[in-house]
Design a binder for this molecule. Sequence first.
Ligand SMILES: [Zn+2]
Length: 365
Amino acid sequence: MPWSFQIARAFGIPIRLHVTFLLLLGWIAFAGISRGDLTQTLVALGLFTCVVAHELGHSVVAQRYGVHVVDITLLPIGGVARMAAVPKDPHQEFWISIAGPLVNFALAPLFMILHQIVEPASGGLPWMAVLASPGWVLLKLAMLNLSLGLFNLIPAFPMDGGRILRALLAQRMPYERATRYATGLGQFLAFLLALVGLLLQSSPMLVFVALFIFIGAGEEGVRVQTHAVIEGAAVREAMVTTYVTLRRGDTLNTAVELLLAGAQQDFPVVEGDDVVGVLTRRRLLEVLSHQGNDRYVSEVMEPAPEPVGPEEPLEDVMDQFGPGGVGVIPVVGPDGLCGLLTKENAVEFILVRAALRRNQERTAA
Ligand SMILES: [Zn+2]
Protein backbone atom coordinates (compact mmCIF):
# COMPACT_ATOMS: atom_id res chain seq x y z
CA MET A 1 0.00 0.00 0.00
CA PRO A 2 1.53 3.36 -0.97
CA TRP A 3 2.06 6.06 1.70
CA SER A 4 2.56 3.52 4.43
CA PHE A 5 5.63 2.30 6.27
CA GLN A 6 6.51 -0.61 8.49
CA ILE A 7 6.69 -0.07 12.27
CA ALA A 8 6.85 -3.60 13.62
CA ARG A 9 6.62 -7.31 12.86
CA ALA A 10 4.48 -9.87 14.66
CA PHE A 11 4.21 -13.59 13.85
CA GLY A 12 6.33 -12.82 10.77
CA ILE A 13 3.72 -10.32 9.52
CA PRO A 14 4.82 -6.72 8.84
CA ILE A 15 2.66 -4.16 10.68
CA ARG A 16 2.42 -0.94 8.68
CA LEU A 17 1.12 2.56 9.43
CA HIS A 18 -0.56 4.67 6.80
CA VAL A 19 0.45 8.35 6.71
CA THR A 20 -3.17 9.49 7.12
CA PHE A 21 -3.33 7.43 10.30
CA LEU A 22 -0.31 9.27 11.71
CA LEU A 23 -1.97 12.58 10.84
CA LEU A 24 -5.07 11.54 12.79
CA LEU A 25 -3.00 10.44 15.77
CA GLY A 26 -0.94 13.64 15.62
CA TRP A 27 -4.13 15.67 15.57
CA ILE A 28 -5.55 13.86 18.63
CA ALA A 29 -2.21 14.25 20.46
CA PHE A 30 -1.98 17.94 19.56
CA ALA A 31 -5.52 18.58 20.80
CA GLY A 32 -4.60 16.71 24.01
CA ILE A 33 -1.39 18.65 24.60
CA SER A 34 -3.08 21.99 24.04
CA ARG A 35 -5.72 21.00 26.63
CA GLY A 36 -3.02 19.70 28.98
CA ASP A 37 -4.76 16.29 29.11
CA LEU A 38 -3.38 13.22 27.32
CA THR A 39 -6.22 10.86 28.31
CA GLN A 40 -7.80 10.81 24.83
CA THR A 41 -4.40 10.28 23.18
CA LEU A 42 -3.74 7.29 25.41
CA VAL A 43 -7.20 5.84 24.68
CA ALA A 44 -6.60 6.30 20.95
CA LEU A 45 -3.20 4.57 21.12
CA GLY A 46 -4.69 1.72 23.14
CA LEU A 47 -7.64 1.38 20.76
CA PHE A 48 -5.39 1.18 17.69
CA THR A 49 -3.25 -1.45 19.42
CA CYS A 50 -6.44 -3.45 19.96
CA VAL A 51 -7.34 -3.01 16.28
CA VAL A 52 -3.94 -4.48 15.36
CA ALA A 53 -4.58 -7.36 17.80
CA HIS A 54 -7.96 -7.94 16.07
CA GLU A 55 -6.30 -8.13 12.63
CA LEU A 56 -3.56 -10.37 14.05
CA GLY A 57 -6.34 -12.68 15.27
CA HIS A 58 -7.57 -13.11 11.68
CA SER A 59 -4.02 -13.37 10.34
CA VAL A 60 -2.65 -15.96 12.75
CA VAL A 61 -5.59 -18.31 12.14
CA ALA A 62 -5.24 -17.73 8.37
CA GLN A 63 -1.55 -18.61 8.60
CA ARG A 64 -2.46 -21.84 10.38
CA TYR A 65 -4.55 -22.77 7.32
CA GLY A 66 -1.55 -22.04 5.10
CA VAL A 67 -2.84 -18.68 3.81
CA HIS A 68 -0.03 -16.20 3.19
CA VAL A 69 -0.63 -12.90 5.04
CA VAL A 70 1.14 -10.08 3.18
CA ASP A 71 0.86 -7.36 5.83
CA ILE A 72 -1.43 -5.49 8.22
CA THR A 73 -1.92 -1.76 7.60
CA LEU A 74 -3.46 0.69 10.06
CA LEU A 75 -5.71 3.29 8.43
CA PRO A 76 -7.81 5.97 10.16
CA ILE A 77 -10.91 3.80 9.54
CA GLY A 78 -9.33 0.69 11.10
CA GLY A 79 -6.98 -2.12 10.21
CA VAL A 80 -6.66 -4.07 6.99
CA ALA A 81 -4.97 -7.48 6.77
CA ARG A 82 -3.96 -8.30 3.20
CA MET A 83 -4.07 -12.01 2.48
CA ALA A 84 -2.94 -13.89 -0.62
CA ALA A 85 -6.30 -15.55 -1.26
CA VAL A 86 -9.44 -15.87 0.84
CA PRO A 87 -10.12 -19.57 1.34
CA LYS A 88 -13.39 -20.85 -0.14
CA ASP A 89 -13.59 -23.57 2.48
CA PRO A 90 -16.51 -22.44 4.71
CA HIS A 91 -14.97 -24.06 7.77
CA GLN A 92 -11.70 -22.13 7.34
CA GLU A 93 -13.46 -18.88 6.46
CA PHE A 94 -15.59 -19.20 9.60
CA TRP A 95 -12.62 -19.55 11.95
CA ILE A 96 -10.49 -16.89 10.22
CA SER A 97 -13.41 -14.42 10.36
CA ILE A 98 -14.49 -15.03 13.93
CA ALA A 99 -10.93 -14.92 15.30
CA GLY A 100 -10.80 -11.08 15.07
CA PRO A 101 -13.92 -10.35 17.17
CA LEU A 102 -12.92 -13.15 19.58
CA VAL A 103 -9.65 -11.29 20.29
CA ASN A 104 -11.68 -8.19 21.27
CA PHE A 105 -14.04 -10.25 23.44
CA ALA A 106 -10.96 -11.66 25.20
CA LEU A 107 -9.34 -8.22 25.63
CA ALA A 108 -12.47 -6.57 27.10
CA PRO A 109 -12.53 -8.57 30.38
CA LEU A 110 -8.72 -8.31 30.55
CA PHE A 111 -8.96 -4.50 30.60
CA MET A 112 -11.80 -4.77 33.14
CA ILE A 113 -9.56 -6.80 35.46
CA LEU A 114 -6.68 -4.33 35.00
CA HIS A 115 -9.12 -1.53 35.74
CA GLN A 116 -10.12 -3.21 39.02
CA ILE A 117 -6.45 -3.52 40.01
CA VAL A 118 -5.29 -0.06 38.92
CA GLU A 119 -8.27 2.09 39.92
CA PRO A 120 -7.90 1.92 43.74
CA ALA A 121 -4.08 2.12 43.58
CA SER A 122 -3.78 5.18 41.35
CA GLY A 123 -5.28 7.77 43.70
CA GLY A 124 -2.75 10.56 43.95
CA LEU A 125 0.11 9.83 41.57
CA PRO A 126 2.08 12.89 40.45
CA TRP A 127 1.45 12.43 36.68
CA MET A 128 -2.28 12.78 37.26
CA ALA A 129 -1.90 16.32 35.96
CA VAL A 130 -1.85 15.14 32.31
CA LEU A 131 -4.10 12.11 32.76
CA ALA A 132 -7.62 12.17 34.14
CA SER A 133 -7.27 8.61 35.49
CA PRO A 134 -5.44 5.50 34.26
CA GLY A 135 -8.34 3.49 35.58
CA TRP A 136 -10.74 5.43 33.37
CA VAL A 137 -8.53 4.71 30.32
CA LEU A 138 -8.66 0.97 31.06
CA LEU A 139 -12.42 1.05 31.57
CA LYS A 140 -12.82 2.92 28.30
CA LEU A 141 -10.64 0.37 26.49
CA ALA A 142 -12.72 -2.49 27.90
CA MET A 143 -15.90 -0.83 26.53
CA LEU A 144 -14.29 -0.05 23.18
CA ASN A 145 -13.17 -3.66 22.73
CA LEU A 146 -16.68 -4.85 23.49
CA SER A 147 -18.16 -2.47 20.88
CA LEU A 148 -15.43 -3.31 18.36
CA GLY A 149 -16.18 -7.03 18.67
CA LEU A 150 -19.96 -6.50 18.44
CA PHE A 151 -19.74 -4.00 15.56
CA ASN A 152 -17.68 -6.45 13.51
CA LEU A 153 -20.27 -9.18 14.11
CA ILE A 154 -22.95 -7.22 12.18
CA PRO A 155 -23.88 -9.83 9.54
CA ALA A 156 -22.99 -7.64 6.53
CA PHE A 157 -19.99 -7.44 4.23
CA PRO A 158 -17.38 -6.11 4.61
CA MET A 159 -17.75 -6.75 8.35
CA ASP A 160 -16.50 -10.05 9.77
CA GLY A 161 -20.12 -10.96 10.51
CA GLY A 162 -20.85 -11.01 6.76
CA ARG A 163 -18.13 -13.59 6.20
CA ILE A 164 -19.24 -15.62 9.21
CA LEU A 165 -22.82 -15.65 7.88
CA ARG A 166 -21.66 -16.69 4.39
CA ALA A 167 -19.50 -19.45 5.86
CA LEU A 168 -22.48 -20.77 7.83
CA LEU A 169 -24.77 -20.61 4.77
CA ALA A 170 -22.13 -22.12 2.47
CA GLN A 171 -22.19 -25.31 4.52
CA ARG A 172 -25.75 -25.87 3.25
CA MET A 173 -25.70 -24.34 -0.27
CA PRO A 174 -23.32 -23.38 -3.11
CA TYR A 175 -20.77 -20.68 -2.24
CA GLU A 176 -22.11 -18.25 -4.83
CA ARG A 177 -25.69 -18.42 -3.58
CA ALA A 178 -24.50 -18.11 0.03
CA THR A 179 -22.65 -14.93 -0.98
CA ARG A 180 -25.77 -13.60 -2.70
CA TYR A 181 -27.89 -14.11 0.45
CA ALA A 182 -25.19 -12.64 2.70
CA THR A 183 -24.66 -9.55 0.52
CA GLY A 184 -28.44 -9.13 0.17
CA LEU A 185 -28.95 -9.19 3.93
CA GLY A 186 -25.95 -6.85 4.34
CA GLN A 187 -27.40 -4.26 1.99
CA PHE A 188 -30.82 -4.54 3.63
CA LEU A 189 -29.26 -3.95 7.06
CA ALA A 190 -27.28 -1.01 5.67
CA PHE A 191 -30.53 0.44 4.35
CA LEU A 192 -32.20 0.07 7.78
CA LEU A 193 -29.16 1.62 9.46
CA ALA A 194 -29.26 4.59 7.10
CA LEU A 195 -33.01 5.03 7.81
CA VAL A 196 -32.38 5.02 11.56
CA GLY A 197 -29.49 7.45 11.07
CA LEU A 198 -31.60 9.82 8.97
CA LEU A 199 -34.99 9.67 10.68
CA LEU A 200 -34.50 8.82 14.33
CA GLN A 201 -31.03 9.90 15.28
CA SER A 202 -30.21 12.38 12.52
CA SER A 203 -26.68 11.04 12.85
CA PRO A 204 -24.41 11.58 9.81
CA MET A 205 -21.95 9.05 11.25
CA LEU A 206 -24.54 6.26 11.15
CA VAL A 207 -25.44 7.13 7.55
CA PHE A 208 -21.74 7.09 6.66
CA VAL A 209 -21.29 3.63 8.21
CA ALA A 210 -24.41 2.41 6.36
CA LEU A 211 -23.00 3.67 3.06
CA PHE A 212 -19.67 1.97 3.79
CA ILE A 213 -21.46 -1.35 4.46
CA PHE A 214 -23.71 -0.99 1.40
CA ILE A 215 -20.76 -0.42 -0.96
CA GLY A 216 -18.64 -3.12 0.71
CA ALA A 217 -21.42 -5.70 0.37
CA GLY A 218 -21.84 -4.88 -3.33
CA GLU A 219 -18.09 -5.20 -3.95
CA GLU A 220 -17.94 -8.63 -2.34
CA GLY A 221 -20.88 -9.77 -4.46
CA VAL A 222 -19.11 -8.64 -7.64
CA ARG A 223 -15.83 -10.26 -6.58
CA VAL A 224 -17.42 -13.64 -5.93
CA GLN A 225 -19.51 -13.46 -9.12
CA THR A 226 -16.37 -12.68 -11.13
CA HIS A 227 -14.66 -15.70 -9.65
CA ALA A 228 -17.70 -17.89 -10.34
CA VAL A 229 -17.72 -16.70 -13.96
CA ILE A 230 -14.07 -17.52 -14.64
CA GLU A 231 -14.03 -20.71 -12.60
CA GLY A 232 -12.84 -23.58 -14.76
CA ALA A 233 -11.64 -21.31 -17.59
CA ALA A 234 -8.09 -21.71 -18.90
CA VAL A 235 -5.68 -18.89 -19.72
CA ARG A 236 -5.90 -19.99 -23.40
CA GLU A 237 -9.58 -18.94 -23.60
CA ALA A 238 -8.96 -15.35 -22.51
CA MET A 239 -5.61 -14.60 -24.14
CA VAL A 240 -4.99 -12.33 -27.12
CA THR A 241 -3.75 -14.37 -30.07
CA THR A 242 -3.36 -11.60 -32.65
CA TYR A 243 -0.52 -9.40 -31.55
CA VAL A 244 2.78 -7.97 -32.67
CA THR A 245 6.15 -8.24 -30.96
CA LEU A 246 9.25 -6.06 -30.78
CA ARG A 247 12.92 -6.98 -31.03
CA ARG A 248 15.72 -5.66 -28.85
CA GLY A 249 17.25 -3.77 -31.76
CA ASP A 250 14.04 -1.93 -32.75
CA THR A 251 13.95 1.79 -32.08
CA LEU A 252 11.17 3.46 -30.13
CA ASN A 253 9.99 4.90 -33.45
CA THR A 254 8.96 1.38 -34.49
CA ALA A 255 7.16 0.94 -31.17
CA VAL A 256 5.29 4.23 -31.69
CA GLU A 257 4.21 3.14 -35.19
CA LEU A 258 2.90 -0.17 -33.83
CA LEU A 259 1.10 1.57 -30.97
CA LEU A 260 -0.68 3.92 -33.37
CA ALA A 261 -1.42 1.25 -36.00
CA GLY A 262 -3.50 -1.05 -33.77
CA ALA A 263 -5.26 -1.50 -30.45
CA GLN A 264 -2.33 -3.20 -28.75
CA GLN A 265 -0.86 -1.22 -25.85
CA ASP A 266 1.83 -3.46 -24.41
CA PHE A 267 4.44 -5.24 -26.51
CA PRO A 268 6.47 -8.33 -25.68
CA VAL A 269 10.12 -8.14 -26.72
CA VAL A 270 11.23 -11.50 -28.16
CA GLU A 271 14.52 -13.08 -29.08
CA GLY A 272 14.16 -16.45 -30.80
CA ASP A 273 11.48 -18.29 -28.81
CA ASP A 274 12.13 -16.37 -25.61
CA VAL A 275 10.32 -13.35 -24.21
CA VAL A 276 13.15 -11.17 -22.92
CA GLY A 277 11.12 -8.15 -21.80
CA VAL A 278 8.02 -6.02 -22.25
CA LEU A 279 7.48 -2.48 -23.42
CA THR A 280 4.25 -1.14 -21.98
CA ARG A 281 2.47 1.98 -23.26
CA ARG A 282 3.05 3.64 -19.90
CA ARG A 283 6.82 3.02 -20.11
CA LEU A 284 6.98 4.04 -23.77
CA LEU A 285 5.28 7.40 -23.12
CA GLU A 286 7.47 7.99 -20.08
CA VAL A 287 10.67 7.48 -22.11
CA LEU A 288 9.36 9.53 -25.06
CA SER A 289 8.71 12.51 -22.83
CA HIS A 290 12.13 12.36 -21.18
CA GLN A 291 14.49 11.01 -23.80
CA GLY A 292 12.84 11.24 -27.22
CA ASN A 293 12.24 8.47 -29.74
CA ASP A 294 15.71 7.43 -30.97
CA ARG A 295 16.48 5.03 -28.11
CA TYR A 296 16.53 1.26 -28.62
CA VAL A 297 13.88 -1.05 -27.19
CA SER A 298 16.58 -3.05 -25.37
CA GLU A 299 17.59 0.08 -23.43
CA VAL A 300 14.16 0.95 -22.07
CA MET A 301 12.19 -2.31 -21.90
CA GLU A 302 11.16 -3.72 -18.53
CA PRO A 303 11.64 -7.33 -17.39
CA ALA A 304 8.79 -9.57 -18.53
CA PRO A 305 6.46 -10.96 -15.83
CA GLU A 306 6.83 -14.69 -15.18
CA PRO A 307 5.16 -16.36 -18.21
CA VAL A 308 2.12 -18.59 -17.72
CA GLY A 309 1.04 -21.73 -19.59
CA PRO A 310 -2.04 -21.73 -21.88
CA GLU A 311 -3.72 -24.48 -19.85
CA GLU A 312 -3.23 -22.85 -16.44
CA PRO A 313 -6.45 -21.85 -14.62
CA LEU A 314 -7.31 -18.22 -15.41
CA GLU A 315 -8.42 -17.74 -11.80
CA ASP A 316 -4.87 -18.28 -10.51
CA VAL A 317 -3.43 -15.66 -12.84
CA MET A 318 -6.06 -12.91 -12.43
CA ASP A 319 -4.71 -11.74 -9.06
CA GLN A 320 -1.58 -10.46 -10.81
CA PHE A 321 -3.70 -7.80 -12.54
CA GLY A 322 -4.63 -6.14 -9.22
CA PRO A 323 -3.86 -2.52 -8.39
CA GLY A 324 -0.16 -1.85 -8.91
CA GLY A 325 0.16 -5.21 -10.66
CA VAL A 326 1.28 -6.06 -14.18
CA GLY A 327 -0.57 -5.04 -17.35
CA VAL A 328 0.43 -7.88 -19.65
CA ILE A 329 1.53 -11.48 -19.05
CA PRO A 330 3.20 -13.55 -21.81
CA VAL A 331 1.59 -16.95 -22.41
CA VAL A 332 4.25 -19.49 -23.35
CA GLY A 333 3.42 -22.97 -24.64
CA PRO A 334 5.72 -25.82 -25.77
CA ASP A 335 6.52 -23.91 -28.99
CA GLY A 336 7.30 -20.60 -27.32
CA LEU A 337 5.15 -17.47 -27.09
CA CYS A 338 1.56 -18.29 -28.12
CA GLY A 339 -0.46 -15.42 -26.69
CA LEU A 340 -0.72 -12.43 -24.40
CA LEU A 341 -2.93 -12.08 -21.37
CA THR A 342 -3.87 -8.44 -20.82
CA LYS A 343 -6.05 -6.86 -18.17
CA GLU A 344 -8.38 -5.33 -20.78
CA ASN A 345 -8.87 -8.65 -22.55
CA ALA A 346 -9.44 -10.53 -19.30
CA VAL A 347 -12.15 -8.02 -18.35
CA GLU A 348 -13.78 -8.46 -21.79
CA PHE A 349 -13.66 -12.22 -21.35
CA ILE A 350 -15.41 -11.93 -17.96
CA LEU A 351 -18.10 -9.65 -19.43
CA VAL A 352 -18.78 -12.09 -22.29
CA ARG A 353 -18.97 -15.10 -19.97
CA ALA A 354 -21.24 -13.23 -17.54
CA ALA A 355 -23.57 -12.26 -20.43
CA LEU A 356 -23.74 -15.87 -21.68
CA ARG A 357 -24.38 -17.06 -18.13
CA ARG A 358 -27.28 -14.65 -17.71
CA ASN A 359 -28.75 -15.94 -20.97
CA GLN A 360 -28.35 -19.51 -19.71
CA GLU A 361 -30.09 -18.68 -16.42
CA ARG A 362 -32.86 -16.88 -18.31
CA THR A 363 -33.53 -19.83 -20.65
CA ALA A 364 -33.35 -22.29 -17.75
CA ALA A 365 -35.88 -20.34 -15.70
ZN1 LIG B 1 -12.10 -8.32 11.51
